[in-house]
Design a protein around this ligand. Structure first.
Ligand code: COA
Length: 656
């Protein structure tokens, strides 16, 4: 089925001239991000997104509230409460003393300075967060920072069908872009509360540029005009592939297939012996030095330019195999997260690119995305949309009629130092890919329906299961990170929903001790779930502790003040070591997301609770003898089933 002509009618204008619609879309992104270049004049902007009654996001101001600064005493009191289950009695006493001192001394000054910043900026947190969480981090992007997303298995096999499938993914991704440009993306909400939509504008055409000390984002919306090409990678070769004609009409699927067959496949039959893309998986400073050297050659510079401005990258991967220790889903997670190592497909990637579709040879496909510009949900919405187009078989079938640029192979002229950098980066990638254990898992006995039937929050129920599984396995409470969205605020990104808390600790200890009856356990479980839900709501309302404490710390650092003892004490340090990092990314289709653990002895869990099943990928590192993703999944399954029994047998909450 052809894409409705009307949806593309405005593209020719905007593509040719960088016209009004594109500018509006660009402007909404620019106007919303505090890190926009100084040269940008807000007066020129059409303005950020506007919400219409239809529930669609359109260009125009969204007028969302500003992120508040929580009260200092409230944060300190929550900090002490959350420190309790993971500190010894002595550490807790010492922390309480330090906290009291902090409130009576430096705390008030830092709080006042932070409140001043909050008055001045559209969002006091987001620019700091982008730097602290992403741009200043020197660690490699794949595995820990950049998540992988897994499409459902599609029915295709071999190069010809892989090409056909890739063309459909490209076509659907371009339809989504068109929806974005024409403001047809449904507004994201929590209940009736609208979310900041600006992250959508940051996804296409965006690349993270490596720089020593601190990277920068090169946003697609800041380019003079929208790119008309994507980049296709195959066997470690890169190609600039046009996807719009000169008048701005999108190429049909068969035209894209023709381009791939005619130009990409014949020029990429043999594996590139020098796969420069793999260096983008290296430590950011190392990659930055190689990148700078590459740029000094004008041919390389043109190739880099084509990759950086491309709307997205599509990786046509070579066949993969796996032994009995992995399922197809586990292998799919590996390919999406890191490409399986240099002998597999890690060299067929450009990890700096925000959107990188990974198209396997055997029906398995997904996406690897660079996390800096956006959280999972906008990306997952693109993936959901693409799945919907496959269900509806709705792709562009009308051929573009105007001429379009020809496919161009992107050449890189590499010296010995660059080849050495490729060798070193390959070695590091192989070690990292070999170390990360990924278990793709679906829990089938129930989904959100069971906790809902018990009048409990499904998310909190699942989080309690993570706590119980971990405690069973490791006999201690794990400092746990769960992403809370702050998108109800202008330019909002995330805060942290923390566990354990005293209620969750009481529940898991009671279950493992095995002395309480089901009625008492059900009571403890309900208390724990409600305490978690309460904190989740506080977090979404900007009242969690993690980003507030970060803000106070950043204030001290920026003003050259002495770092308060609160930030150097045992409790704070323990609380920053997230033994379990989790994120919920819900979707309509069967999509799973994955990311690596935050440190060597930790777990990463990305989960997608659907009505009747819970999908997730659990990660750990093989090099840590204590952790195991496979065992964790077993413990989790046991915990979920046991919690079902506890609630069913233990009955509803009795009136206290
Ligand atoms: N009784 C019955 N039903 C309940 C309930 C209760 N006590 N509490 C919640 N529910 C229902 C909700 O109405 C909702 O219904 P729906 O399935 O029809 O939508 C469903 O259960 C899910 O609610 P809940 O499990 O409580 O979670 P949530 O959807 O509100 O999500 C967070 C909570 C914290 C995960 C979410 O707000 C958030 O911040 N997500 C972050 C996403 C993100 O940015 N991820 C980053 C990835 S990089």
């Amino acid at each position: 089925m052809a894409v409705a002509g009307s949806s593309y009618q405005r593209l020719p204008v905007l593509l040719k001239t960088g016209g009004r619609v594109w500018q509006a879309w660009s402007a909404m992104g620019r106007a919303q991000i505090s890190t926009a270049p100084a040269s940008f004049s807000r007066q020129n902007a059409v303005g950020p997104m506007q919400i219409q009654k239809s529930g669609m996001a359109t260009a125009g101001p969204q007028n969302l509230p500003k992120l508040p600064v929580p009260a200092l005493a409230q944060t300190v009191s929550k900090f002490l409460r959350l420190a309790k289950p993971i500190t010894s009695a002595g550490e807790l006493d010492e922390t309480a003393r330090i906290a009291e001192e902090f409130l009576a001394s430096e705390g008030a000054e830092l709080q006042a300075l932070l409140e001043q910043r909050a008055q001045k900026l559209p969002n006091w947190l987001t620019p700091w967060w982008l730097n602290a969480a992403y741009l200043e981090a020197r660690t490699p992007l794949p595995i820990v920072t950049s998540p992988g997303v897994l499409f459902p298995k599609f029915d295709y096999f071999g190069t010809a069908e892989q090409t056909d499938f890739a063309a459909k993914v490209i076509s659907a991704a371009l339809q989504y872009l068109d929806n974005m440009i024409n403001c047809r993306i449904p507004l994201d909400k929590a209940g009736n509360v609208p979310f900041d939509m600006s992250q959508y504008a940051f996804l296409y055409g965006t690349t993270r540029i490596p720089q020593e000390g601190k990277d920068r984002l090169r946003y697609g919306f800041q380019e003079k005009s929208l790119a008309r090409h994507i980049v296709i990678a195959r066997h470690g070769h890169f190609f600039n592939v046009p996807v719009f004609d000169e008048k701005g009409a999108p190429l049909s699927c068969s035209q894209i297939v023709e381009q791939i067959n005619k130009f990409v496949l014949p020029q990429s039959e043999s594996v590139n012996p020098h796969q420069i893309g793999i260096v983008s998986s290296d430590n950011r400073d190392d990659w930055a030095r190689v990148y700078q050297r590459l740029k000094r050659n004008s041919g390389n510079e043109q190739s880099l330019e084509a990759i950086e401005t491309a709307l997205f990258v599509v990786c046509l991967d070579k066949p993969t195999t796996h032994g009995p220790d992995r399922t197809d889903g586990d292998e799919q997670a590996r390919q999406s997260l890191h490409g399986g190592g240099s002998e597999s497909n890690s060299g067929n990637r450009w990890f700096d690119k925000t959107l990188q579709f990974v198209i396997g040879h055997n029906g398995y496909s997904g996406l690897c995305y660079e996390h800096t510009p956006a959280e999972g949900p906008p990306v997952a919405n693109i993936m959901d949309f693409i799945c919907d187009q496959f269900t509806a078989n709705s792709f562009t079938t009308k051929n573009a009629e105007a001429p379009f640029a020809s496919v161009k192979k992107l050449e890189f002229s590499l010296g010995d130092e660059d080849k050495e950098a490729i060798r070193k980066a390959s070695e590091k990638m192989d070690a990292a890919a070999g170390d990360v254990e990924l278990k793709a898992y679906t829990f089938k006995p129930f989904g959100k329906n069971f906790p809902k039937s018990q009048k409990l929050s499904p998310d909190s129920f699942i989080q309690l299961a993570f706590q119980l599984a971990y405690y069973r396995m490791h006999h201690k409470h794990p400092p746990t990170y769960e992403t809370a969205t702050l998108r109800k605020f202008n330019e909002g990104r995330t805060d942290t929903i923390r566990l354990p808390n005293p209620e969750s600790a009481a529940f898991v200890e009671a279950v493992v001790a095995g002395v309480e009856n089901d009625k008492r356990l059900a009571e403890l479980l309900r208390n724990a779930i409600e305490a978690h839900k309460q904190y989740s709501m506080e977090a979404m309302n900007g009242q969690a502790i993690d980003r507030h404490l970060l803000g106070l710390k950043m204030t001290a650092l920026e003003k050259g003040l002495k770092l308060p003892k609160l930030f150097t004490g045992a409790a704070y340090k323990k609380m920053q070591h997230f033994t379990v990092s989790t994120s919920q990314v819900p979707t309509r289709n069967f999509l799973r997301m994955c990311f690596g653990p935050s440190a060597s002895d930790c777990y990463g869990i990305c989960y997608n609770p659907q009505e009747k099943e819970l999908h997730m990928v659990v990660s750990a590192f093989f090099s840590c003898p204590e952790t195991s993703a496979v065992k964790f999944v077993q413990m989790l399954e046991m915990s979920l089933l046991e919690m079902e029994v506890i609630l069913t047998r233990g009955g509803a909450r009795s009136k206290l």
